[in-house]
Design a protein around this ligand. Structure first.
Ligand code: AGP
Length: 602
């Protein structure tokens, strides 16, 4: 999604804005621009290339106030005219916007009737012109009148060329934070853009306003009544955001799986106790009849793993559904249901909308989130944080593994609370989980194998990931990783279903990746592999089981772990295979085409 950064202070605004936009690159963009105020005029620079091009085009760095934007095209192609910032007709006001204005067509007609002209295809361009139309000498009032007219989502940074001491910001259902510095203040779509300058942030709620001056930030509610907001410190350092010597954020984050697992588990385990701070009574937990897990993309795959272990340990039925479906299917929910939302960013529009639906229904829910102070964090009474730290690469890796860990903990917690499994077994499982990062470390050390396999499949057009039971869920995650960063078509299939149609696709030259971590299914898996081989397709077997029959072409041996915990280990080679294929294809691994790190529009 789009990224916003704004600055007012004593430093070169150009330098701060460029630095901030670079940190937002991972969100994905197809154009970018900045605007500063100098000598009563806007200095605007835009490009449909990368931020390096924007920087090289900057004429001079002489301003101390400005706004910047990376655009992920929604309305109108990636052109200079459509790139932000957008200026009003009189060139008095300029705006950067993240979100979608759903009633922009009607607003555009209203403005045209008043003589305004438009030079872009964007929804955003109505905003500076509405501010101009509503302006009667007070910028904040004009902004308030404007946002009252807007339908949809927005995070806005606004400047008036005649007032270089003020930056105005507001938001509705699109992320925006306020950074508080010493003699300087910031706005940003997310913290990574400003962590270089400050760790103090304020969270703006929907339809509230911030007026930033060099030395202070004033906050106003939706009635323009001023109120005080205590800033909070965010414990993320600049180096957390940097690549630390890795060639890509994705590779760094795959290797951070071990520390992520450790940090996440240490956060919740004290001795042999799992400590969740949940506003759910013992009675409410005992009365849970059905669990719904709602998420998008990779987070959904984590949810599927949660389904597997919760059903096997706590014996509660779990329904996993994509948020983009859940929000429109008038879901069947009952007072004794529990809904679990999973979101790395905490800003995914479909997941947010699903939370709003569940809140309206009055059903209990908890959220598993990686970003503190994100929208979903702030919407949820019960939050279980994954402790993955900032995940910059668009393709989620360490956050996914952390989500699986939290769901494993939740399953053990529930089973223990509800006396649904043998307590000694649960303790042994928890002990194994506490040390699983050592098994992940062993897998990471075998990277040469994954690179060798990546070289084998790099030229493929179609690749199939197959598994039975929980391995099918991991296969889905492996398939998505490959698709989203290497652009090779890939599909995950239930191995047992192959003979009901998909086996027609098996032929010479086809590569398949078969996962097998469930002891009870080994015989079936071996038979399925033979069916694949009988059609001259090739098989890479990924397994932690002792399979003596060499029916496969290649094998990745995983360290032995309890099959309930195997998804944590089994996904690592798949993450690295996808990574190596994308690198071999010389693609933009961290910022794959068409994708954004946080899908804040539906
Ligand atoms: C992950 O590799 C993908 N980039 C994408 O599927 C992502 O998981 C999905 O958009 C959900 O994002 P969230 O976890 O931030 O809600």
């Amino acid at each position: 999604m789009c990224g916003i950064v704004g600055y007012i202070g004593s430093k070169s605004a150009e330098n701060v804005l460029i630095s901030g936009l670079r940190r937002l690159e991972y969100r994905g963009y197809d154009s970018c621009g900045i605007a500063t105020i100098h000598d009563g005029k806007f200095a605007v620079s835009k490009t449909t290339k990368r931020i390096d091009d924007l920087e090289s085009n900057l004429k001079e760095d002489v301003s101390t106030i400005g706004i910047g934007h990376t655009r992920w095209a929604t309305h109108g192609a990636a052109t200079i005219a459509n790139a932000h910032p957008h200026v009003s007709n009189s060139e008095k006001f300029i705006v950067v916007h993240n979100g979608i204005i759903e009633n922009y067509v009607a607003l555009k007609e209203l403005l045209k009737e008043k003589g305004f002209q438009f030079y872009s295809d964007t929804d955003t361009e109505v905003i500076p012109n509405l501010i101009e139309m509503n302006y009667d000498g007070d910028l904040l009032k004009a902004v308030k009148k404007t946002t009252d007219m807007l339908e949809g989502s927005f995070a806005l940074g606004i400047l008036d060329k005649d007032d270089s001491s003020t930056l105005v910001a507001t938001r509705r259902n699109s992320p925006l934070i306020i950074g508080v510095g010493e003699g300087e203040n910031f706005i940003a779509s997310d913290f990574s853009a400003i962590v270089k300058y400050t760790n103090q942030i304020d969270i703006l709620e929907n339809d509230q306003f911030a007026v930033l001056k060099k030395d202070e930030v004033d906050f106003y509610d939706n009635d323009l009544k001023e109120y005080h907001l205590e800033s909070q410190r965010v414990d993320i350092s600049d180096e957390d955001i940097e690549k630390n010597g890795y060639s890509h954020y994705m590779l760094k984050e795959i290797h951070e799986n071990t520390s992520t697992i450790k940090n996440t588990l240490d956060h919740y385990i004290s001795g042999d106790q799992i400590c969740f701070d949940l506003q759910l009574s013992e009675e409410e937990l005992e009365n849970i009849q059905q669990i719904h897990i709602v998420a998008c993309g990779t987070a959904t795959h984590a949810g599927l793993n949660g389904k597997n272990i919760i059903e096997k340990l706590a014996r509660i039925p779990v329904n996993v559904v994509a948020a983009s479906e859940f929000r429109y299917q008038n879901p069947i929910l009952s007072p004794n249901d529990l809904v679990i939302f999973i979101s790395q960013s905490g800003e995914t529009a479909d997941t947010i909308a699903s939370i709003e639906l569940v809140k309206e229904r009055g059903v209990k829910f908890l959220s598993i989130v990686n970003v503190p102070n994100s929208t979903i964090d702030r919407m949820s009474e019960n939050v279980l944080f994954t402790k993955a730290g900032p995940e910059i690469a668009v393709a989620s890796t360490k956050a996914y593994v952390a989500q699986v860990c939290v769901l494993d903990l939740f399953a053990i917690f529930l089973a223990d609370k509800l006396h649904r499994a043998d307590r000694r077994f649960l303790q042994e499982l928890l002990d194994e989980l506490k040390n699983i990062h050592t098994k992940v470390e062993m897998v990471l050390e075998e990277d040469d194998q994954y690179l060798a396999y990546a070289k084998k499949i790099v030229g493929d057009k179609d690749i199939f990931y197959l598994g039975r039971g929980v391995d099918y869920y991991t296969a889905q995650e492996g398939s998505l990783k490959l698709k989203e960063i290497s652009y090779i078509h890939s599909e995950a299939m239930q191995l047992g279903e192959l003979k009901h149609g998909s086996i027609a696709l098996m032929e010479k030259g086809i590569h398949t990746i078969v996962l097998c971590t469930e002891e009870s299914l080994v015989g079936k898996v071996i038979s399925n592999i033979k069916e694949i081989k009988a059609r001259d397709a090739e098989v890479l077997l990924v397994s932690n089981l002792n399979i003596t029959e060499e029916v496969y072409d290649d094998m990745i041996h995983l360290p032995a772990v309890n099959e309930l915990l195997s998804p944590i280990v089994a996904v690592i080679p798949l993450q690295l295979i996808a990574y190596h294929v994308a690198v071999l294809k010389n693609l933009d691994v961290d910022k794959p085409r068409n994708l954004a790190k946080s899908v804040t529009v539906e």
